[in-house]
Design a protein. Structure first.
Length: 94
């Protein structure tokens, strides 16, 4: 079965998911962070992410029937004619 999805701009209630998924997925998938304790990583990285979100653009994807349940997002900006993707995340659904 193919589900319909919706791509939209984020609303304020999406911020916790965006920041939390970015923090956790980047930490889990980055071998360079394997030996860094979470308590050292989280505050600094969370601050960086929130600063990027202030001036970046974001698109989120959800099921059309459940717009509050985010499936994916992309954080990006346009800079001097370039399209820069800061981070993309897709939720695993089994």
């Amino acid at each position: 079965m193919i589900a319909e999805v919706r791509i939209r701009s984020p609303v304020e209630s999406d911020t916790n998911f965006i920041v939390g998924a970015w923090l956790q997925s980047f930490y889990d998938k980055n071998p360079a962070l394997r030996f860094m304790p979470w308590k050292l990583y989280k505050p600094q990285q969370e601050d960086r992410i929130k600063k990027l979100l202030l001036y970046s653009e974001v698109l989120v994807t959800s099921f059309s029937t459940d717009p509050q349940n985010l499936l994916a997002y992309m954080v990006y900006e346009r800079f001097q004619g370039y399209f820069i993707i800061h981070y993309c995340y897709t939720k695993y659904i089994s």
